[in-house]
Design a binder for this molecule. Sequence first.
Ligand code: ATP
Ligand code: MG
Ligand code: MG
Ligand code: MG
Length: 355
Amino acid sequence: TKLNVAVLFGGVSTEHEVSIVSAKSVMQNLDKEKYEIIPIGITKEGKWLLYTGKIEDLDSKWTVYSIECFISPDRTRKALVKIKDSEATFIDIDVVFPVLHGLNGEDGTVQGLLELSGIPYVGCGVLSSGICMDKAFAKKLALLEGIPQGHFLVIYQNEYLSKKDYFIRRIESEFSYPVFVKPANSGSSIGISKAKDRDDLILAINQAFYYDTKILIEEAIDAREIECALLGNDEIFVSALGEIIPSREFYSYEAKYIDNSSELIIPAKLEKQVEDEIKELAVKIYRLFECSGMARIDFFVDRKTSKVYFNEVNTIPGFTSISMYPKLMEYSGIPYSQLLDRLIELAIERNSRKQ
Ligand code: ATP
Ligand code: MG
Ligand code: MG
Ligand code: MG
């Protein structure tokens, strides 16, 4: 008998569109002999809809083919509730694969609902997702454990608004330009800028506060960008490393999705010693943040000194067939469909411990 796999896509997130592309690819690669796919879209407004169209037709106009639904938090049901002509139908769900990026999906919120529902779900749990999404918490925790990272400062919007001059002076005394300015919770580089002088900095801060009430100022590292894919609950599989060569000054939203000319190099060409150091750090970070299922951990390697810096963890990394996470796994011996099988097994395995 087939497992009913609900795939969540879209979401109330700036990464809504990216999620649709990732989810389409996941659904195309799920083994149809093993799984019954139940595609569930979440609109930008937060409405849950069962997508009834063909997977290959899934695009930004998906809501046209949809029926109202929601996952019930009732753990005696473990079900999707479909509502048509004011009648509710329950569809049993065996596992949920949230292919949601950014807020309201990668940050522990959807994971919280799924914990309540008792339904196994792919990827990190509530706390882990929340910490990895929140770059301020992640960096503070990494600091406690001596994980190497660049200098950073966390600023809250209410404090900034009442002490702008203080913060600008403080940033200029603690950092030298350029600096990176980021919303604490973000993804796909949305709201992130590289500021080269004071005017830039003020604009960058305002821009980051447009997306979040908490932001980070970071030392800009002149570095190669190296990413590592991890898979597992207790036993962790670490992929080969990949390098990103951004098409722009940094790996911005445009460089990721618009230009189509950023390059992914697999495997990254690094000295053995640096490669080992990154892989070892990646496992340490995966455990530190109590990741389960999967994560893509991103690093910087200083161009001059080869010093390794931790950048961030993505608990639901890009999942298109040309995305780094599935590509690294494929290169490392786990083709896309098998990767999905493994992620589903890991979800069920983690859930079974809690019952
Ligand atoms: P993702 O899409 O991987 O989730 P994100 O939105 O969470 O990305 P980051 O990875 O933190 O954002 O930053 C986006 C990009 O900005 C990085 O890939 C890198 O090109 C650049 N960048 C960020 N921070 C720094 C830094 N401190 N020094 C140098 N470059 C940086
Ligand atoms: Mg990220
Ligand atoms: Mg991300
Ligand atoms: Mg990143």
